[in-house]
Design a protein around this ligand. Structure first.
Ligand code: GDP
Ligand code: CA
Length: 319
């Protein structure tokens, strides 16, 4: 079976680990990763979501934190601070720096991001084919107003530095409108037997992937059933501040509202948590088959069960 999953960082990566646990040796998983979170720091190209997927599936992730490397040290960052060179709000450890140096060096030599990602994955062996959504530069910006002054900040500045404490007024995936899907992306979607939307951020992760012209259209046109899992449980994101960016696009932070936001055009099936069982009827009324099941990725077994249920729902809605 050929499975395609769109993914952001932590929610996507953890779900994919569960998915890997339930598929057979002949199944192939292609991950289309969000690159709208990418940022240039200290002259280096940093791809937080691709790296979170790569480190998580490759066994190098800092488990509790959910991003960055396990057993990390911060000597380089401390030296940069000593020089007064920032930003200091973005956590880059010494081991992580090496990844960004290799990536930047390869990009400088002319390799596209998709080839660079493949090369990095040669080391990590994530067990999936990890494709960036695009080789073209896309950077999500967030419009905010502070003390009467409106400006756009990079998504990382909004999320990591400002902790999304200011309201997001608009989410702008800069560059997305002219970006092309990376090689293999449209082909993987068209050839998929199942397409999954993990419990990733619907706006700045999956929404950004879908904003690359051609990708949404390919998912809509795909023969494969499309099943998503809600990142919103009991009216709040399980982790992070997804409610802030949902509000910016006029979507309530509820499992049902996120399903309606994707819509029946994209989704054939949707999983909500058991605490959101009352959402099942309204999601079904929107033309999306819906089940309420445990959706907390508390341990590998719980996460694997979520993946298994998503694949079962895909079979039930297959036309
Ligand atoms: P990011 O790029 O690191 O923000 O990661 P993603 O976009 O892939 O995922 C973030 C989303 O994952 C957040 O909106 C969380 O609510 C969601 N999430 C994290 N852990 C869980 C979980 O255990 N269950 C569910 N249903 N969602 C989760
Ligand atoms: Ca992200």
């Amino acid at each position: 079976m050929r499975i395609v999953a769109l993914a952001g960082g932590i929610g996507g990566a953890r779900f994919l680990r569960g998915l890997k646990d339930v598929v057979g040796p002949d199944d192939e998983i292609t991950v289309i990763g969000n690159t709208g979170d990418d940022i240039h720091l200290f002259g280096l190209k940093v791809c937080p979501d691709l790296d979170t997927v790569m480190y998580t599936l490759g066994g190098g992730i800092h488990e509790e934190q959910g991003w960055g490397r396990a057993g990390e040290t911060f000597a380089v960052k401390e030296e940069l601070v000593a020089y007064g060179v920032g930003p200091s709000w973005f956590g880059l450890g010494d081991k992580d720096f090496a990844t960004h140096i290799v990536r930047t060096q390869m990009l400088g030599a002319g390799y596209p991001l998709s080839a660079v990602t493949e090369a990095l994955c040669d080391r990590w062996q994530p067990g999936v084919r990890l494709l960036p959504m695009s080789d073209d530069r896309v950077e999500t910006h967030v419009r905010i107003t502070e003390e009467g002054r409106t400006r756009a900040v990079h998504f990382q500045e909004y999320w990591v530095k400002l902790h999304a404490a200011v309201d997001a007024e608009a989410i702008i995936p800069v560059g997305a409108d002219t970006a092309k899907p990376a090689p293999g992306v449209l082909e993987a979607i068209a050839a998929a037997d199942v397409i999954l939307f993990p419990p990733s951020n619907p706006v700045v992760s999956i929404g950004t992937v879908l904003a690359v012209p051609g990708i949404r259209e390919a998912v809509v046109a795909a023969a494969a059933p499309v099943v998503g899992l809600s990142p919103i449980v009991g009216g709040a994101p399980v982790r992070g501040m997804a409610d802030k960016v949902l509000a910016a696009v006029g979507v309530e932070a509820s499992a049902a509202a996120v399903a309606r936001h994707y819509g029946a055009e994209l989704l054939d099936g949707w999983l909500v948590d058991e605490v959101d069982a009352d959402a099942v009827e309204s999601v079904a009324a929107a033309g999306i088959a819906c089940r309420a099941v445990p959706l907390l990725m508390t341990d590998p077994a719980a996460t694997a069960a979520m993946a298994r249920t998503a694949l079962e729902l895909a079979e039930q809605v297959r036309r």
